[in-house]
Design a protein around this ligand. Structure first.
Ligand code: GLA
Length: 402
């Protein structure tokens, strides 16, 4: 892996200035909502296991253990989330959801307690349909929440669930606004704080309504499912990056979970994936089995300077200011008045890229500080970024006038 030295040494020359402070005032509109959640950080098993047998209680407990020992908790990862295939095939005699006794013999409440003992939070999955997404087996699927919202939300609350990912399969074409509002209301009625992560794949333009009352979801998927390929990551990035104006503090666009560490992309591509998700203020949900993670992938996920861009309390999704010739420049205003900047080369060849201070939205200044968030180095310059980017690589900076 070549996280270091992938750029031509000594070629970085940057410039920024000051206008930092004035330009960001618009984003401060969100400032009132001090307790609004930042983009969710944590783990979800789906991208690494799908419905395979390795997804079980022992795995999820092992993941929680690793959150502590690998430093993920310290880096801000909080949620340990369980995806599809956790449920038993049938509801119980009272119509309540129950865990699959083979995969989760100890039950969901005990699992949640284990996660909570680690100082972490616990998330669960359901679908706003008659059954969940995993293909039916023996003509039956895992039961979904449609028409059972109140009972299921009460069950989740009784298990001390902190987060619900609510999918879109087998929805009988019932209006999406109604389906998601019914669950949002049911969750609120429990009086437990449950993060509502909508997963209807962008089919009903959720960015226009899901974050606002009456639904007020904390996040909504904007795209179909990611797969562990560069092409899939790139496609999803392009769909999500243009939706920046619809995200706000506490209400986030969700371009799906991370594939970092799953082996289908190079480390350079995973570094781009992680950086793009961070500058888009996306959920950072680790999608690899961290019990087996390789050091290079872990190093990407633990980059605290990049995580700080994602988690910035100003709560603004980065805006793409250039999309030309395979070069993308994305700028994210930060609460301290600095700006995060990502320069991404989607092409299959190395490129020399230049970005002016003006393009970043800054006035020319004599001197400004440019922090390289992957090299962890400082430079000062005159108002431009010049960088040599290998194929599929990204450079990421935080620029300030102090
Ligand atoms: C859908 C979702 C995925 C995952 C699967 C589970 O495809 O978009 O993220 O939850 O269902 O079956």
């Amino acid at each position: 892996m070549k996280l270091k030295n992938h750029r031509r040494a000594g070629w970085l020359r940057t410039a920024v200035s000051f206008a930092v402070v004035s330009v960001i005032s618009a984003g401060a509109a969100a400032a009132g909502a001090a307790s609004a959640p930042l983009p969710q950080m944590g783990f979800n098993n789906w991208n690494s296991t799908h419905c395979r047998d390795e997804f079980d209680e022992a795995m999820i407990r092992g993941v929680a253990d690793k959150f502590i020992s690998l430093g993920l908790k310290d880096a801000g990862y909080t949620y340990v989330n369980v995806d599809d295939c956790w449920a038993n095939w049938q509801r119980d005699k009272d119509g309540a959801l129950q865990a699959n006794p083979k995969r989760f013999p100890g039950g969901i409440k005990a699992l949640a307690a284990y996660i909570h003992e680690h100082g972490l939070k616990f998330g669960l999955y359901s679908s706003a349909g008659t059954s969940t997404c995993e293909p039916l087996q023996e003509n039956r699927g895992f039961p979904g929440g449609l028409g059972h919202e109140k009972q299921d939300a009460a069950t989740f609350a009784s298990w001390d669930v902190d987060y619900l990912k609510y999918d879109n399969c087998n929805n009988n074409k019932v209006d999406a606004h109604k389906r998601y509002l019914d669950m949002a209301n049911a969750l609120r009625a429990t009086h437990r704080q449950i993060f509502f992560s909508m997963c209807e794949w962008g089919e009903n333009k959720p960015w226009l309504w899901a974050g606002k009352p009456p639904v007020s979801a904390q996040s909504w998927r904007t795209t179909g499912d990611i797969t562990d390929t560069y092409a899939s990551m790139l496609k999803i990035f392009k769909q999500n990056v243009v939706l920046d104006k619809y995200a706000s503090l506490g209400h986030w666009n969700d371009p799906d979970m991370l594939e970092v560490g799953n082996g289908g992309m190079t480390d350079v591509e995973y570094q781009s994936h992680f950086s793009l998700w961070a500058i888009m203020a996306s959920p950072l949900l680790v999608g690899t089995d961290i019990r087996k993670i390789k050091p290079d992938a872990l190093q990407i996920l633990l980059n605290k300077e990049v995580i700080a861009v994602d988690q910035d309390p100003l709560g603004v999704q980065g805006k793409q200011v250039r999309d030309a010739d395979g070069i993308h420049v994305i700028v994210k205003p930060m609460k301290d008045g600095s700006r995060a900047v990502a320069v991404f080369n989607e092409t299959d060849a190395a490129v020399d890229a230049s970005v002016t201070a003006k393009e970043i939205g800054l006035k020319a200044a004599a001197k400004y500080k440019v922090r390289d968030l992957w090299q962890h180095s400082d430079a000062s310059g005159d108002g431009s970024i010049k960088v040599n980017l290998p194929a599929h690589a990204i450079a990421m900076y935080r620029i300030s006038n102090n």
